[in-house]
Ligand binder design. Structure first.
Ligand SMILES: Nc1nc2c(ncn2[C@@H]2O[C@H](COP(=O)(O)OP(=O)(O)O)[C@@H](O)[C@H]2O)c(=O)[nH]1
Ligand SMILES: [Mg+2]
Length: 322
């Protein structure tokens, strides 16, 4: 199933139950007093953050989400039943916009729960209208409707560090080498369109696929994925040494970063990782690395076949993320 990172759903909180008119029936006396209960409140709609970045895909077929309506008031002045709440699980990192009010909610921490649509209040039964001047009130009020809205959900992955680069730059391989995450490695763009997350000494690394896959050719996938980098603290920019022109690859990605939203992605701290060092002569690699050092101070040369190079990168990542 394809990775889904934006979605619109419709949700409705429950209607409050109506208040009712009822009477006490004491022996020999038909209307002994008002006894109509209040309606129960309608159930509310909650959102809850869970750790499952693939979750939105499951909601694609779902049309609407409705909390339960409150029950009508009952006799003997008893309140109607409360409507049942519903909880919609969303992946950590979801930003949710209420289309009716324009409010935006951020679900960041696992387990974080917010009420997004409030259930309607139950109406008042005639027992509630009893007073010293009116001992036989005949009025009751209806329950009020629950809030409802279209909810725009946009997922922004929460990772400390984003691994970026052109297709085949070796991003997934590097993530796997650094974390043993087990992402699929492919020799073609579009093989892995799902973001891979890996745990890294208490931090999270995200391999951002599709960053550029197709963006330059206007295939429209790349740009959308840039949002997943928005919250990272650090970028690992992979440039493959088996490329004909590594510097050009690098600047192409930088250009894409600069075009995103307010340009803030360009300001993020970045480490350049020259990948696949086993595919090129040492001397050539030194020349290429020197060119990059002129652009950026931190340049690492790695190959997934060379454990030492991976270890070195791991060590500096640990201290940088701290
Ligand atoms: N020789 C060599 N090949 C590599 C290395 N890292 C990745 N590759 C290969 O390069 C191709 C693309 O790698 P992948 O990790 O899928 O790149 P991604 O598209 O950036 O995620 C795959 O065929 C990998 O096996 C490396 O260090 N050395
Ligand atoms: Mg990949």
């Amino acid at each position: 199933m394809a990775f889904v990172d934006e979605l619109i759903i419709y949700a409705r909180a429950g209607r409050g139950g109506d208040g009712v008119v009822r009477w006490l029936h004491l022996k020999g006396k038909e209307f002994s007093g008002p006894a109509g209960g209040n309606g129960g409140d309608g159930g509310s709609v909650y959102l809850c953050a869970v750790r499952d970045i693939g979750l939105l895909a499951r909601y694609r077929g779902a049309k609407s989400f409705e909390a339960g309506d409150g029950g009508p008031g009952e006799s003997a002045s008893r309140d109607g039943a409360r409507g049942e709440d519903i909880i919609i699980d969303l992946p950590c990192g979801s930003m949710v916009r209420n289309r009716s009010t324009g409010e935006v909610f951020d679900l960041v921490l696992e387990g974080q729960k917010i009420m997004i649509l409030r259930g309607g209040r139950g109406g008042a039964g005639n027992a509630a209208f009893k007073s010293s001047v009116n001992r036989t009130p005949r009025q009751s009020t209806p329950g009020s409707p629950g809030e409802e809205a279209g909810l725009e959900i946009e997922l922004r992955l929460i990772a400390d560090c984003g691994i970026i680069g052109l297709p085949n730059a070796g991003k997934t391989s590097l993530l796997n080498a650094l974390t043993r995450a087990g992402g699929k490695v492919g020799a073609y763009p579009f093989t892995t369109l799902d973001p891979n997350l890996g745990a890294f000494f208490g931090h999270t690394l995200a391999d951002i696929p599709g960053l550029i896959e197709g963006a330059a050719e206007g295939k429209g996938l790349g740009f959308k994925f840039l949002r997943h980098i928005a919250r990272t603290k650090l970028l690992l920019h992979c440039v493959p040494l088996d490329s004909a022109d590594p510097v050009k690859d690098y600047t192409a990605v930088r250009a894409e970063l600069g075009q995103f939203e307010d340009g803030s992605l360009e300001q993020k701290p970045e480490i350049i990782v020259l990948t696949k060092s086993d595919t090129r002569e040492k001397k050539e690699i030194r020349q290429i690395a020197d060119k990059f050092r002129a652009i950026e101070k931190k340049v690492y040369v790695v190959s997934v076949l060379d454990d030492d190079s991976i270890k070195k990168l791991q060590d500096s990542l640990i201290s940088l993320l701290r």
